[in-house]
Design a protein. Structure first.
Lengths: 215, 158
């Protein structure tokens, strides 16, 4: 996997161990909130999350696998979400978001994953989110129109396919209708989702969110 | 003097036994649950501040379902079972207004949904054929799973 922006040397050991740095980032994202606002899970399987009352008020869920690509997450529709929810799911594997149904005002569910981000829907889907993936973002099973308000940052574009930079990164294959993405830069107004502050370049040192907008 | 040596020897042997037993128990627990027993503490965290001790939670306590990589749902029925149970729980938690809103959006065009379900079935068939030819094709396997999950959702939501 080649990425355009490297995970900074968070553990300060001077070596190119990006995954170890990513894990450290996830742990720190959890540690930055009171324990009743986070869920820290260590598991190498696939964790299926059904946003429910138990997760109301949570800020960060970090699913940590013991190797790159382990600790996958499936998130299923979040119709029971309440207004003002602002949760970030972090995974050392991939994240699949099935049927986002966020009809509540100001409710956000953002994701940060080491592996791919995949989204699929069969009904009209809506969600507000910032999506960061260290690999590819695939909007590949959208069978009804969907809309995402926020940002999609897929960090695996150019270096993996130098001859065809369009090949991956953000892919919208096999869409039967269309996916609308409304650009809303929460980094600019300082309204970052939980955990993203640690990825942001606001402190002056290069970080994962120092991306360039596509013109 | 000899008795003292024997007693000390027994104490040493007992201590080694306890340590070995505890080590074995920890490894067995990790193997069975996938949960690492160690508490995580990173002194040099991203922020440069000493990090709090993180104790891994049990996903089940938050209504999550963990699937072991070697025991993933392989059929539509297995996905339906997993998802229907959870949707039932969520239904009881959602406010009537929220559920009504979801219902309206979903039932906008039932005919269209039926058509999409047929498309899903065709796609599943197509990717199962691919998987038959290439059993290690990870992309095809993941594609089938996503489509099955979507089909389950369509069957369980109002």
């Amino acid at each position: 996997m080649g990425t355009t922006i490297k995970v900074p040397d968070y553990n300060k050991n001077g070596t190119r161990d990006e995954f170890a740095d990513f894990v450290l980032f996830g742990r720190d994202a959890v540690a930055n909130y009171p324990s009743d606002q986070v869920v820290y899970i260590q598991n190498n399987g696939t964790v299926n999350i059904f946003p429910n009352q138990n997760l109301v008020g949570k800020k960060v869920i970090f699913v940590e696998g013991s190797s790159p690509g382990a600790g996958n997450v499936n998130i299923f529709f979040d119709g029971t979400w309440q207004e003002g929810e602002d949760l970030t799911v972090i995974s050392t594997g991939g994240i699949t978001y099935i049927e986002p149904l966020q009809y509540q005002e100001e409710a956000r569910l953002s994701t940060i994953s080491w592996d791919d981000y995949n989204e699929g829907s069969i009904f009209r889907s809506e969600h507000e989110s910032v999506i960061y993936t260290h690999d590819d973002a695939n909007f590949v099973d959208i069978l009804e129109w969907g809309s995402t308000t926020g940002n999609v940052i897929a960090n695996n574009a150019v270096t993996d396919h130098p001859s065809d930079p369009q090949k991956d990164g953000i892919s919208m294959l096999e869409l039967l209708t269309y996916e609308k993405i409304y650009y809303s830069d929460r980094a600019k107004n300082g309204d970052l989702p939980p955990g993203f502050k640690l990825l942001s370049g606001a402190s002056g040192t290069p970080k994962l969110m120092d991306w360039q907008e596509v013109q | 003097m000899n008795k003292l040596v024997v007693v000390i020897g027994l104490i040493v042997l007992f201590t080694i036994g306890v340590v070995l037993f505890s080590f074995y128990q920890t490894r067995t627990l990790e193997k069975e649950t996938g949960i690492f027993k160690e508490q995580v503490q990173n002194k040099e965290a991203v922020t440069g501040q000493p990090q709090a001790i993180l104790i891994p939670a049990h996903p089940e306590d938050f209504g999550m379902v963990v699937i072991d990589e070697n025991n993933r749902p392989a059929t539509q029925q297995e996905w339906d079972r997993l998802i229907s149970e959870k949707v039932r729980e969520l239904k009881s938690e959602a406010t009537p207004e929220t559920w009504q809103k979801i219902k309206e959006k979903i039932n906008e065009d039932r005919k269209k949904t039926e058509d999409k379900l047929k498309q899903i079935d065709e796609s599943i068939k197509k990717y199962k054929e691919i998987l038959k030819q290439e059993p290690n094709n990870k992309e095809a396997r993941e594609k089938i799973e996503r489509l099955m999950m979507l089909k389950s959702i369509a069957g369980q939501l109002p």
